[in-house]
Design a protein around this ligand. Structure first.
Ligand code: 26Q
Length: 825
C-alpha cells in the first residue's frame, strides 16, 4: 500500500494479519531483531500496526467528508486531555483478540504493554478531558466534527511528592516519539503578531485597515486519528506546532548572525512549548495570549482556505455550513479573527462578515467563579494583536449602540456589558466578547446554566434570552467503563448484551438484576477484583498498604479551595480522633485516597497537598488506627491513573461548595463504575442524584442559594466552639500534631477555616458532612444492600454518556447530521 496512490476508496487495504504486521514493523520499520526486542519496541510496533488500520478508515472518512457539502463543526480548544491511545484504538477497531494473539509469542500481556505509552496530557483537567470525550462521541456518532488544538511539547507537569510537598517536573511526552500523529507540512499556515495597522481607502472610499510590519510564525499541523467505535469512521484532531518562518531567519542570516538566526527558531517555537498548568485563568501572561491567537488564527485560516479552494470568495453560504464551538473563552479571539480574515484577507464588508461570524460561533462556559473569567489588558492586546483590538472596539461600539437603542438612558447597563472594562488599566472581557459574537451560549449542567442566567451573565440573558441553553456534560462509556473496567464490561455484556457501549441508556436493563442475589455476588466479586488491583497500584506508587476489605473512599480532581479537599481531610482527622478516644465502635475500616495537581503558583492549593500528606503520614503510622483507617495522597493523578482508580472506588467524593463546581465529570465516571456518591447539591451532582434516586446518594450541605445567603453572617468560630467533634479536629490541627517538625506551617489553613470571610464555607458544612459519612459507614455494613445501590447507580448512569451530550449539541446547537455513507447517496 502506498500512502499517495491509494486514495481510491474502493481498494481494500492490503494489510496482513495483525501478528504479521507487528513482526514486520518490529523488524523493518523499527529495525529490531525479535530476540532483543523489549517492551518499548513491541509497543511501538503494535501501535504502528494498529495505526495502519486506522489510517485506512481515516482516508475513507475523509473521502466521505469531501463528497458531501454537509454542515461541519470545528471544536476549538486549548486543551485535549487524551491520555493513552493504544487501548482505545484496539477496542474501537475490535482488535483485542488479535492483539493478544500477536503478543503471545513475546510473552507480554496487552495491559502491560499499554503501560509503555506516555499519557498525552495536553490539558489540565475537566475541560480538557471533556474535549477528548466529545471527540470520541462525535466519531462514534459519525458526526463531521474536527478538533483543533495545540501540540504542546510539554503537557501537564509530572507531580512528585518530596517531604509531603508537590514538586513539578516537565512532561516531555514526545521523548520516545508519538505513533498517533502524522505531520502535515503541506498544510502549514502563517500567523501574524505585533506590527501596526495602516488605513487606506478603496475605490468607493471605504476605509480599509492593513496589518503591517508583523512578526510571523508558521503553524505546522499534526493530525491525530479519532476512531469511532467499530464503525469505520475516523475523525481528525489537528494540533498545531509553532515554527519560525524562513524569511525571518534569512534577514538575520544575511546580516551575518547565523547563531541569532537559529535562536530565532527557538523564540517562535516557544509559543507551543508548554501547556499553562492553571485550571482557573492566570491573567495577563503574554505567551498565553500568543498561544490562544496562534491556535485560532491557524485553525480559521485552515477552514477558510478549504472553503475558498472549493467556492472561491463567495462566502454567502459559509455561515450555514460551519460552526465553531469555543471551549470556554480561551479561543475567544476566533470572533475578531474571523472578522479580520473575512474583511482584510477576503474583501468582505463589515455587515456581511458579522453576519457570517456571529452565525457560526458558539460558546461554552465552564466556570462560575467570577475571578476566573478571562480578561486581557488593552495595552497587551494593542501591542500583540493591534488589528484584532481595532475590530473588538468596533464590535463593542456597534453592540453598545444597539443596547442603547433598546434600553436608552442606562449608562450603568452600558458600562456593565461593555466588552472593555474601564479603569486605570482597561481590559478586554473575553466572556462578553464570546457572548456577543456567538449565536449560542451554554453552561455544562442544569444548575450551572441557571446560575449563569441569573448571575454572571444576567444582563446578557436579558438582552438575548434565546442564546442561552444548557448541555449537561457527559463522559464516554467506552473509555470510562468498557475499556477501564473489563470485568464489569464482560458481566454487563453477558447479562444484557453490549448495546450500552453505543447507547448507554440501555444500561438501565441491569436494574432488575439488583434484586438477583446471584448477580449481586458477581457484581461484588468484580468490585473486589478491581479493589485488589487498586491495592497493588497504590502500593506501587505510594508504598501504603490498603486493605481490600475496607471501604474505598476516593477524591481525585485538581486541588482547589472550592472543591474542598480540606473538608475531606477534616473528616479523616475526625475519624482518627475518634479512634484515639476509643470511640470506634461500629466504625467500618476505610481507605481514603486523595489525588490531584495544584497549580504551581497556587500557594494554598500546594499547602493542602502538604496537609494531606502530613496527615496521611501520622494516620498511617498510628498502630491504633491501623485496622480502621488509611489515608494516601496519590501522586501525579492523570487520565491513566483514573482508569485504574475509578473501577475500584466505592465512595465518590463530590463535595464542592454549592454553586461553585460548574458540572464535574469525575462524578459521572465513578457512578458508571458503581461507586456511590457523597456530595453537595452542586453541578451535575444534582442530576446524578435525580437519576440515581435520593436513596442511592449521600447528600449533605447547603444548596447554592443557602450558601450565598450564609456568607452574609458567617461565624465559623461559633460553630467550632459549640460542636465538640469539630473543636477537637481544629485543636488537633492547631496543636501541631500533624507537623511536629515544621511548626505553624498550616496556620494559613486553620486561620482561613476560622475566618468569617471563608468563601468556601467549609466549617458550615462540616457537621452535615460528618453525619453523612456516618450514614455511609452504616450503609456499608449491609454489603448486600450496598451492592444493590451500586448496581442502581450504574444502571441509572445512561444520561451521563457524552454520546447523549453530543447528540444534544448536534441537534440543538450545531444542527448537523451524521456523515453520509457513500452508499447513502
Ligand atoms: C485560562 C487562562 C490562562 C491560563 C489558564 C486558563 C485556564 C485553563 C484551564 C482556565 C480554566 C481551565 C480549566 C477549567 C476547567 O477544567 N473547568 C471544569 O470544566 C469541566 C468541564 O465542563 C467541569 O466539569 C468542571 O466543573 C469545571 O471546573
Amino acid at each position: 500500500m502506498t500512502m499517495t496512490g491509494a486514495l481510491t476508496t474502493t481498494s481494500e487495504p492490503v494489510l496482513g494479519p495483525l501478528h504479521r504486521e507487528l513482526e514486520r514493523h518490529l523488524g523493518f520499520t523499527l529495525g529490531h531483531c525479535e530476540d532483543v526486542a523489549d517492551a518499548r519496541y513491541i509497543y511501538q510496533a503494535l501501535a504502528i500496526a494498529t495505526r495502519d488500520r486506522l489510517i485506512d478508515h481515516w482516508r475513507r472518512t475523509k473521502a466521505r467528508l469531501a463528497a458531501t457539502d454537509q454542515r461541519r463543526v470545528f471544536y476549538l480548544s486549548l486543551e485535549f486531555l487524551i491520555g493513552r491511545s493504544l487501548g482505545n484504538a484496539i477496542q474501537n477497531l475490535d482488535l483485542d483478540e488479535s492483539a493478544r494473539e500477536a503478543l503471545h509469542q513475546y510473552g507480554i500481556q496487552l495491559e502491560e504493554l499499554a503501560e509503555q505509552e506516555h499519557d498525552a496530557g495536553l490539558g489540565n483537567g475537566g475541560l480538557g478531558r471533556l474535549a477528548a470525550c466529545f471527540l470520541d462521541s462525535c466519531a462514534n456518532l459519525e458526526l463531521p466534527v474536527t478538533g483543533y488544538g495545540i501540540r504542546y511539547e510539554f503537557g501537564m507537569f509530572h507531580q512528585f511528592i518530596e517531604n509531603g510537598r508537590q514538586v513539578e517536573n516537565p512532561d516531555h511526552w514526545l521523548r520516545d516519539g508519538n505513533a498517533w500523529e502524522l505531520e502535515r507540512p503541506e498544510s502549514t499556515r502563517r500567523v501574524q503578531f505585533y506590527g501596526h495597522t495602516e488605513i487606506s481607502y478603496d475605490q468607493q472610499g471605504v476605509p480599509q485597515s492593513r496589518w503591517v510590519d508583523t512578526w510571523d510564525i508558521l503553524a505546522v499541523p499534526y493530525d491525530m486519528p479519532v476512531p469511532g467505535f467499530r464503525n469505520e469512521t475516523v475523525n481528525t484532531l489537528r494540533l498545531w506546532k509553532a515554527s519560525a518562518t524562513d524569511a525571518f531567519n534569512l534577514d538575520e542570516f544575511n546580516s551575518g548572525s547565523y547563531t541569532e538566526a537559529v535562536a530565532a527558531q527557538n523564540t517562535a517555537e516557544r509559543i507551543t512549548m508548554v501547556l499553562y498548568p492553571n485550571d482557573s485563568s492566570e491573567n495577563g501572561k503574554k505567551l498565553r495570549l500568543k498561544q490562544q491567537y496562534f491556535l485560532v488564527s491557524a485553525s480559521l485560516q485552515d477552514v477558510l482556505l478549504e472553503w475558498v479552494k472549493q467556492h472561491g470568495t463567495d462566502f454567502s453560504d459559509f455561515g450555514a455550513k460551519h460552526c465553531f464551538q469555543l471551549n470556554d473563552t480561551h479561543p475567544a479571539c476566533a470572533v475578531p479573527e474571523m472578522m479580520r480574515l473575512l474583511m482584510d484577507e477576503y474583501g468582505q464588508r463589515w455587515n456581511d462578515a458579522w453576519e457570517i461570524t456571529s452565525r457560526c460561533m458558539a460558546y461554552t462556559n465552564h466556570t462560575l467563579l467570577p475571578e476566573a473569567l478571562e480578561r486581557w489588558s488593552v495595552t497587551l492586546f494593542s501591542t500583540l494583536l493591534p488589528r484584532l483590538l481595532e475590530i473588538i472596539y468596533e464590535i463593542n461600539s456597534r453592540f453598545l449602540k444597539e443596547v442603547n437603542e433598546k434600553w436608552p438612558d442606562n449608562p450603568d447597563l452600558l458600562r456593565r456589558v461593555s466588552l472593555i472594562e474601564e479603569g486605570d488599566a482597561p481590559h478586554v472581557r473575553m466572556a462578553y466578547l464570546s457572548i456577543v459574537g456567538s449565536f449560542s451560549v451554554n453552561g455544562v449542567a442544569h444548575l450551572h446554566t441557571e446560575l449563569l442566567k441569573d448571575g454572571l451573565f444576567s444582563d446578557f440573558y436579558t438582552i438575548w434570552p434565546e442564546k442561552f441553553n444548557n448541555k449537561t456534560n457527559g463522559v464516554t462509556q467506552r473509555r470510562w467503563l468498557a475499556h477501564c473496567n473489563p470485568g464489569l464490561r464482560d458481566l454487563l455484556n453477558e447479562t444484557i448484551g453490549n448495546y450500552w457501549e453505543t447507547d448507554l441508556e440501555a444500561i438501565s436493563n441491569i436494574a432488575p438484576y439488583a434484586e438477583d442475589a446471584d448477580f449481586r455476588g458477581k457484581w461484588r466479586d468484580i468490585k473486589q477484583n478491581n479493589k485488589r488491583a487498586l491495592v497493588d497500584y497504590v502500593r506501587k506508587y505510594t508504598g501504603v498498604e490498603f486493605d481490600a476489605s475496607s471501604l474505598f473512599d476516593v477524591q481525585v480532581k485538581r486541588i482547589h479551595e472550592y472543591k474542598r479537599q480540606l473538608l475531606n481531610v477534616l473528616h479523616v482527622v475526625h475519624l482518627y480522633d475518634r479512634i484515639h478516644r476509643g470511640d470506634s465502635a461500629g466504625m467500618v475500616p476505610r481507605c481514603v485516597l486523595i489525588g490531584g495537581k495544584a497549580a504551581p503558583g497556587y500557594h494554598v492549593a500546594k499547602l493542602i497537598v502538604k496537609l494531606v500528606n502530613n496527615v496521611a503520614d501520622v494516620v498511617n503510622a498510628s498502630p491504633e488506627a491501623a485496622q480502621l483507617l488509611k489515608l494516601v495522597f496519590f501522586p501525579n493523578y492523570r487520565v491513566s491513573a483514573m482508569e485504574m482508580i475509578c473501577p475500584g472506588t466505592e465512595l465518590s467524593e463530590q463535595i464542592s461548595t454549592a454553586g461553585k463546581e460548574a458540572s464535574g465529570t469525575g462524578n459521572m465516571k465513578f457512578m458508571m463504575n458503581g461507586a456511590l456518591t457523597i456530595g453537595t447539591l452542586d453541578g451535575a451532582n444534582i442530576e446524578i442524584r435525580e437519576k440515581a434516586g435520593a436513596e442511592n446518594f449521600f447528600l449533605f450541605g447547603m444548596n447554592a442559594a443557602e450558601a450565598q445567603e450564609a456568607k452574609q453572617s458567617y461565624n465559623p468560630n461559633q460553630i467550632i466552639s459549640t460542636d465538640k467533634d469539630i473543636q477537637r479536629v481544629l485543636e488537633l490541627l492547631e496543636s501541631g500534631h500533624f507537623n511536629q517538625t515544621e511548626p505553624g506551617i498550616f496556620d494559613l489553613i486553620t486561620a482561613s477555616l476560622r475566618s468569617p470571610h471563608d468563601q468556601w464555607l467549609t466549617i458550615a458544612d462540616l457537621r452535615e458532612y460528618i453525619d453523612a459519612q456516618q450514614e455511609v459507614n452504616d450503609a456499608y455494613k449491609d454489603q448486600d444492600h450496598w451492592n444493590k445501590m451500586s448496581i442502581l447507580n450504574t444502571a441509572n448512569s445512561g444520561w451521563f454518556s457524552s454520546d447523549r451530550t453530543i447528540r444534544q449539541y448536534a441537534e440543538e446547537i450545531w444542527r448537523i447530521k451524521p456523515l453520509a455513507r457513500r452508499s447513502d447517496k
